[in-house]
Design a protein around this ligand. Structure first.
Ligand code: PBG
Length: 332
């Protein structure tokens, strides 16, 4: 036996070999952003003549009927995989009547956008009540002020059918009611919309990161909070896996984790647990943090954005919803 085995014949292992030049790093890349992975969320507001800037989301606006068409066209030109529409009605009431009104703001926008871009991108609609209710909760309330799960499911079923009739390719239930996917699937199938897909907000946490969105969508709860229906960040990711398996069993075509950055462990768990595409929502607070820091000169904005989106994909997301979708898709 000699003392010089293979280990002795080589120098130390050198992972840095693959990092040496830009060309080498490009070859060795394992996570590559692609425009088609990105989905652009858009806000459209009823009854405004000019797009309204959202102070806590610099660069994002509440769109008019006209400007949302233009924004979707630009997104399609940049190659994004899809758009997700959120509506802000002129009038709100306790049952969120605008949400399933055939002439409600999102239904009108869906028809406009459909006429503009057809099937060239995937047009999705957020399916929830909080933008439409005067109390700002995601469902109907009981007299004591709790969100009534099962009564809300009937509203969601009706909204799904209204959105599908207006041309949505995908509906995205975001209210975290138990049984929402089954209720929506059943309603869509019965109404002849078996081809409309469901992107379920499966693991949606009660998060401070939605703050700017609530300005954008004018949907902050008027009392209480959403912790009674959204997931508790302090629960184990096992709970998210359980919710995902339930959603898939109920007919979800895709599942989503939200927010993204603090929940990359959940993204990974879901990617391992289900065989449908996994989306992650890079939410308004995550957007605002980068924009605010960059505006102060504290971060390199573009690098921070690319790093965040790459990290979300590396964690296992197939699809990323991000307010930067058009910009990033155009530069890829
Ligand atoms: C509810 C909904 C919310 C977001 C998307 N859908 C807000 C909430 O649950 O309070 C947040 C998105 C974001 O913060 O970017 N309809």
């Amino acid at each position: 036996m000699t003392a010089t085995g293979p280990a002795g014949s080589f120098g130390p292992v050198r992972p840095r070999r693959l990092r040496r030049t830009p060309a080498m790093r490009r070859l060795a890349t394992q996570v590559r952003l692609h425009p088609a992975d990105l989905v652009l969320p858009l806000f459209v507001k009823e009854g405004i003549d000019e797009p309204q800037p959202i102070p806590s989301m610099p660069g994002v606006v509440q769109h008019t009927r006209e400007s949302v068409r233009k924004a979707v066209t630009e997104a399609v030109q940049a190659g994004v995989g899809g758009v997700m529409l959120f509506g802000i009605p002129a009038v709100k009431d306790a049952r969120g009547s605008g949400a399933d009104d055939p002439d409600g703001v999102v239904q009108v926008a869906l028809r406009d956008v459909g006429a503009e871009v057809g099937d060239s991108t995937v047009v999705m609609a957020d399916l929830c009540l909080d933008e439409y209710t005067d109390h700002g909760h995601c469902g109907l309330l009981t007299p004591s002020g709790d969100v009534d799960n099962d009564a809300t499911l009937e509203r969601y079923a009706s909204i799904a059918v209204a959105q599908a009739a207006a041309g949505a390719h995908v509906v995205g239930p975001s209210g975290m009611m138990d049984g929402q996917v089954a209720a929506i699937r059943g309603a869509l199938d019965t109404a002849g919309f078996a081809d409309v897909a469901i992107l379920a907000y499966t693991a949606k946490y009660a998060s401070a990161m939605y703050g700017p969105f609530r300005d954008a969508a004018e949907c902050a709860p008027q009392f209480g909070d959403r912790a009674g229906y959204q997931q508790d960040p302090a629960r184990s990711s096992d709970e998210a896996v359980r919710e995902a398996l339930l959603d898939v069993a109920e007919g979800a075509d895709m599942v989503m984790v939200k927010p993204a950055l603090g929940y990359l462990d959940v993204v990974r768990r879901l990617a391992d647990a289900v065989d449908v595409p996994v989306a992650a929502y890079n939410v308004s607070g995550e957007y605002a943090m980068v924009e605010a820091a960059a505006a102060n000169g504290w971060l390199d904005r573009d690098r921070a954005i690319d790093e965040m989106l790459t990290s979300i994909k590396r964690a296992g997301a197939d699809i990323v919803l991000t307010y930067w979708a058009t910009e990033v898709a155009a530069r890829l």
